[in-house]
Design a protein around this ligand. Structure first.
Ligand SMILES: NC(=O)C1=CN([C@@H]2O[C@H](COP(=O)(O)OP(=O)(O)OC[C@H]3O[C@@H](n4cnc5c(N)ncnc54)[C@H](OP(=O)(O)O)[C@@H]3O)[C@@H](O)[C@H]2O)C=CC1
Ligand SMILES: O=C1OC[C@@H](O)[C@H](O)[C@H]1O
Length: 485
């Protein structure tokens, strides 16, 4: 066994040195370790313990080998991941984790029929232990962090099973069904001293980080507005999670939340730039006043003090929205939404749908620059920005031209960061850019290696709360405008 282990690590090291991006690690090492483990358990706990261990590992593992495809910038370590909810996205997440060299320790199904055998199939495919209940996964002492990939209606309940067991949690978007759920989840995570992050995985893509850095650098000036459109024509199946009210369906909870979350982060950048915020005389009065109080403190207050309710949006955010509801249900979900949002003086024009195609775009419109994430903007691999002459600087120097066909353009910026495709042996995948889950997986692992890390810096808890509050307000308004017809 030692010899095989040495061989494997030599192969890895040699190829890493050679800068190779792809290499194959023999699976035998894991099999031998597994057998050794079973043997030790049998000695220690007797025949019963041995039988139990036998039932929880794969008796017929695939012997194809584990494909490792390193995505640039992804350095997954040895944090021990669990996955709860073994549906469509869980598969792609597991592929990305394994393919990027991460460690999937155990998985659990617990809602749909046959959880035991489904978990066994999934676990064996990825060389992970498997359970037929979420509680059993929560009790596994070898799991550090759990990815909750259930449908939306279960995000809160399932995430809390793990939080209460002291596990860190990466829960799929949206955080919960509404802002009170999101607050309950984040509060409990804080009380247990564990990380709870919503999987706004787009925030960790190098292209999104580049965009945020460009905006922060002030090259474009103050951000006045953003606009985004994301959605698709969902299969017309009332039992699927997209359209089902029981499963927490609806366009805003599915795709609209990405747009709102990115917008919230951009609005906050305006207030991080000291001395520059109040430049525009047209900015509404409350924006000036609010810049002093800081968005973060405002939304975070109920997390710091459990007796505080959710932060008020009054005087800070305005929402106007309209859309379509799927009237075939008694409790209809929004299937199409158009919304105008204002948060502390920064504006968003949002479109989302489960009934039509979308360009999957997100644009930032600033005082003297624009920035566009290329489609699909929820997992972008390229972006561009245009920097125009700062009209006020030019005016002060008496060099301001009269713009007839747009402001004079000073520079074009472009950034690209491609993602490798899935390893052939693990196809079919559902999300062609799913290897990009590696970015958020890396961020979670970095947080777990940092003492007292309770949130990802790229997806702070307050942005999860603010997003869910604005999403709630948009959904409410769509219902109100529809009821008025
Ligand atoms: N970040 C991203 O890019 C993406 C995120 N998502 C998010 O991931 C989550 C899961 O999406 P997806 O994988 O497509 O969902 P699925 O429809 O494949 O269901 C996932 C799991 O939800 C649990 N579940 C509970 N009740 C039901 C029910 N009545 N019908 C179906 N499943 C149920 C099951 O868990 P069990 O196996 O334990 O029984 C099921 O396997 C959603 O919250 C979605 O928003 C989805 C796609 C992309
Ligand atoms: O997060 C998501 O991204 C991709 C979509 O297809 C999916 O419905 C959504 O949940």
């Amino acid at each position: 066994m030692l010899q095989i282990r040495k061989m494997v690590s030599e192969v890895k090291e040699e190829e890493e040195e050679a800068g190779e991006k792809v290499w194959i690690v023999a699976e035998e090492r894991n099999d031998l370790r597994r057998w050794a483990k079973i043997g030790r358990a049998a000695l220690a706990a007797g025949v019963l313990g041995a039988l139990l261990s036998w039932a929880l590992v794969c008796t017929s593992p695939t012997r194809k080998g584990t494909v490792v495809v390193k995505t640039p910038g992804i350095n997954l370590g040895r944090k021990r991941w669990g996955i709860a909810g073994l549906g469509r996205i869980a598969y792609d997440f597991a592929v990305s984790l394994k393919a990027n060299g991460g460690h999937l320790e155990a998985v659990a199904a617990g809602s749909l029929p046959n959880p035991g055998s489904r978990a066994s199939d999934f676990g064996c495919r990825f060389g992970a232990r498997h359970y037929g209940t979420y509680e059993a996964l929560a009790a596994d002492p070898k799991v550090d962090v759990v990815y909750v990939a259930t449908t939306n209606q279960l995000h809160m309940d399932v995430a809390l099973v793990f939080v209460r067991a002291g596990k860190a949690v990466l829960v799929e978007k949206p955080t919960g069904l509404d802002a009170p759920q999101a607050l309950a989840m984040l509060r409990e995570a804080r009380a247990h001293g564990v990380l709870l992050a919503t999987n706004f995985w787009n925030m960790l893509f190098p292209v999104t980080r580049w965009a945020i850095d460009v905006v922060k650098s002030n090259k474009l000036g103050e951000v006045l507005a953003a606009r985004g459109d994301m959605g698709f024509e969902a299969v017309d199946n009332l039992h699927d999670r997209f359209l089902s009210p029981e499963l927490g369906g609806g366009a805003m909870l599915d795709m609209g939340c990405y747009i709102v979350h990115l917008f919230v982060q951009l609005a906050a950048i305006n207030f991080e730039r000291k001395g520059d915020v109040a430049r525009l005389p047209t900015r509404p009065r409350e924006a000036y006043e609010f810049s002093r109080a800081k968005l973060r403190d405002h939304f975070e207050a109920p997390l710091r003090n459990a007796s505080r309710p959710l932060a008020s949006l009054d005087g800070l955010a305005r929402v106007r929205a309209t859309g379509h509801l799927d009237r075939r249900n008694d409790d209809p979900v929004d299937v199409e939404a158009s919304a105008a949002v204002e948060l502390a003086g920064t504006r968003l024009l949002l479109g989302t749908s489960l009934q039509r195609a979308s360009p999957f775009t997100f644009d930032v419109l600033a005082a003297h620059g624009t920035l566009s994430l290329d489609s699909p903007a929820n997992c972008p691999t390229s972006a561009s920005a245009a920097v125009y002459r700062d009209a006020n600087d030019a005016r002060n120097n008496n060099t301001a031209p009269t713009p007839c066909c747009g402001q004079p353009r000073l520079a074009d910026l472009r950034f690209a960061s491609p993602i490798p495709s899935y390893p052939e042996s693990l196809k079919p995948e559902r999300y062609p850019r799913g290897m990009g889950f590696g970015y958020v997986q890396t961020a979670v692992e970095a947080c777990l290696s940092t003492p007292n890390c309770l949130e990802l810096p790229e997806i702070p808890a307050w942005t999860q709360l603010a997003t869910q509050q604005i999403v709630d307000a948009i959904i409410r308004e769509i219902h109100q405008t529809n009821d008025a017809f």
